[in-house]
Design a protein. Sequence first.
Length: 372
Amino acid sequence: MGSGGVGKTTLSAAIALKAAALGHTVCVLTIDPARRLADAMGVAGLTNVAARVEREGFEAAGLPVPAGQLWALMLDAKRTWDDLVTRYAADEAQAERILNNRYYQQISSAVAGSQEFMAMEKLYELHVSGKYDLLVLDTPPTRHALDFLDAPKKMMGFMDEEVLRAFLTPGALGLFQKSSAWMLGALQTLTGFEVLQDISGFVQSFSGMHAGFRDRASRVAALLRGNESAFLLVSTPGTVDEAAYFYRRLVEYRMPVGGFILNRVHRDALGEPGAEKEWEAMRREPARILEGLELDVPAHAELAVRVAENLDRYEVLARRDTAQIDRLERACPVARLRRTIAAFDVDVHDLAALDKINRDLFLPDNSSQETP
């Protein structure tokens, strides 16, 4: 979990790659419409059906073929809804009535929370299949961390049989029409269909299926709170306040928080013994920077000065990042895991770059970081 743009998709793929290298069968799933997961894994595209990253992809990236299996998919919320209806309908005729119902078409594609609800459903489907040792879910970016976790409960409100039946009883319908006729008119104008008629058709068509959906939603909630699940919070040094907020809310909801991954961190280049003293000498005499580079020092004196100034600016960023990470650790002192990923000078867009990330993410001697 994490705010938008912090690298959740990339790190999800990196974790899955490492698990496959360790011999596990792993699937990473995303609901990222930008298809960055497919790009990062070096595949042409992803669909709602899990696809395996074949050996040619690893060989092209210069990586050994993993002992395990790496699978990935990109969620199609509407198709997941339709697959569920087809699977749990009593017969083909019932499934057809539901799929053609306009109220169902609205809640399965246009209602807020539908995508998150189906992400949970897809996660559960993959879990009960028994095919995978590990599932990595790349959650949607959201300012409110628990919108994602609340989505199943909210979506079930649109499908609650008792509520909808009460809504459609003659007495309730008359009261509704008297007090809210203006809203019905607005809905009909916006949607182009008879709202109550289509809700009524949905209730009748969905008869007998509501309990199964509620049961599955509760099982997903139990799965997320179980001891085999963990939430990793992804942040950059510039978004630690939001990460701390996510952390507090997850703790309130009693979700198993695994810890933090701090991405795009500028590291102190002068932390090694003697490095700062050597740099002070170079700052006083910038031409020393060019020694050993077989360059004409007088001709490149300006370059040496610019390089020195650049490192000074980089050190400012490194000190800022260190201070921000310290703030996060003070705000969340009981987090079990903290990893930092260095700021790369190029975008991560293939398996080779994911492997490079994992050198930071999984090395037990990662500087000043706890071992998982």
